[in-house]
Design a protein around this ligand. Structure first.
Ligand SMILES: [Zn+2]
Length: 385
């Protein structure tokens, strides 16, 4: 017990240096017209407000989730109300959720780790994430955006599932007899560490920009797919900053080089959260991918499989038609490299917790997502070129 208190006090001291979110609220805003959307976008330009769009304004059909720092909550609500824009409070005090998450971390960190004793029901520190000729291969990555903790948390569960199902589950066994699965469980380790030590809401990498007080690049805007185009930003301070040039981020370059050198990937899956969506290319153009019907049917089968376990409902479609324009994202790039089955998951939830998805949803999310990923991998395996 004494050790526990000692440990707690160290963590509490560390916690003092972290960015806090006391009084920060996440508002779910419903714009009813293009005019209202434009008004909300105009808020984005007011840098001093330090607003953080968890879900950006896109079309009136989709909700906008906006984190407002505590000291500006009243002003932002007044702005919305005076313009007749409907909103509800999704998260009343973000710090409460951050505190709850910190407590569950502490308890988990006191446990032993190992493949079988590893606590899959917890978001882990980077250190805890320590973990093969050119057969056709599947790529799975997670953790490209720092604050999306559910992504690496379920990926490590998936890795164990795949390893232990080999020789036990006939489908996984026959799949692995024909194909390799490569997983990059923590694509953006520096960003992840930063979310654990300084700013829980950090999304980007940690690279420095000479001449700018802002740092970090949105790694999922840094790929060679209409780089710098709509749905990304050339402004270093933007949450969707594409970086100075294609592959400028070592995190992105490592993926691009590895997949290029390998040359035989047939499926590319990337894990994000949130909104419960299964997305396929493109994000930068309305032009449909060549095998759109196959991609759409497979997405529909995968999301049905996912829902069969706990009833979790996912929508599916191309990025541009389902969320928004997005240039420089990984699945548009991988698809253009000839990887026919390129998908992005936006995992749980629909917005109740958003990035603060509680630890007790990690394993259920992993279990259901596995069913969808297995469908995609089986299809890729049955349709090898
Ligand atoms: Zn993401």
């Amino acid at each position: 017990m004494r050790e526990l208190w000692f440990f707690l006090s160290i963590v509490l001291v560390a916690a003092y240096r972290r960015q806090t979110f006391v009084g920060d609220q996440v508002l779910r805003i419903r714009a009813s017209s293009q005019e209202q959307l434009a008004l909300i976008r105009s808020l984005e330009e007011l840098e001093h407000l330090k607003l953080d769009f968890w879900k950006e304004p896109t079309t009136p059909a989709l909700p906008i989730d906006l984190r407002v720092p505590g000291r500006h909550v009243r002003a932002v609500k007044a702005f919305l109300e005076s313009n007749g824009i409907a909103y509800s409070i999704m998260i009343k005090n973000l710090q409460t959720l951050v505190d709850e998450e910190n407590v569950s971390q502490l308890v988990s960190e006191l446990r032993q780790n190992g493949t079988y004793s590893f606590n899959y029901k917890s978001y882990h520190t980077l250190k805890e994430f320590s973990t093969g000729h050119k057969r056709p291969a599947v790529w799975i990555d997670s953790g490209i955006h720092g604050r999306e903790w559910i992504s690496p948390a379920i990926a490590i569960w998936l890795a164990k599932k795949i390893a232990t199902d080999y020789g036990n589950d006939p489908s996984v066994t026959s799949l692995l007899n024909k194909m390799d699965i490569f997983m990059a469980i923590m694509v953006n380790p520096d960003g992840y560490v930063y979310t654990r030590t300084k700013n829980r809401m950090w999304r980007k990498t940690m690279s420095k920009r000479p001449g700018s007080h802002c740092f970090g690049v949105d790694a999922n805007r840094n790929f060679d797919a209409n780089f710098g185009g709509r749905g990304s930003s050339r402004v270093a301070c933007s949450e969707r900053y594409c970086g100075p040039h294609v592959n400028s981020e070592p995190e992105v370059k490592a993926i691009v080089d590895f997949i290029g050198r390998h040359g035989n990937f047939t499926a590319f899956i990337t894990l994000h959260n949130y909104l419960q969506l299964l997305l396929y290319p493109y994000g930068y153009t309305e032009e449909p991918p060549e095998n759109i019907e196959e991609l759409d049917t497979l997405a529909s089968e995968a999301t049905e499989a996912l829902a069969s376990l706990y009833g979790t409902r996912y929508s599916h479609g191309s990025i541009i038609q389902t969320i928004n324009e997005s240039s420089g994202n990984s699945i548009d790039w991988s698809y253009n490299q000839g990887i026919k089955y390129s998908y992005a998951f936006e995992l749980r939830d629909e917005g109740q917790y958003g990035f603060m998805l509680p630890w007790n949803q990690i394993v259920p999310t992993a279990e259901e997502t596995w069913l969808a990923i297995k469908k995609i991998m089986e299809h890729a395996c049955n349709h090898l070129p």
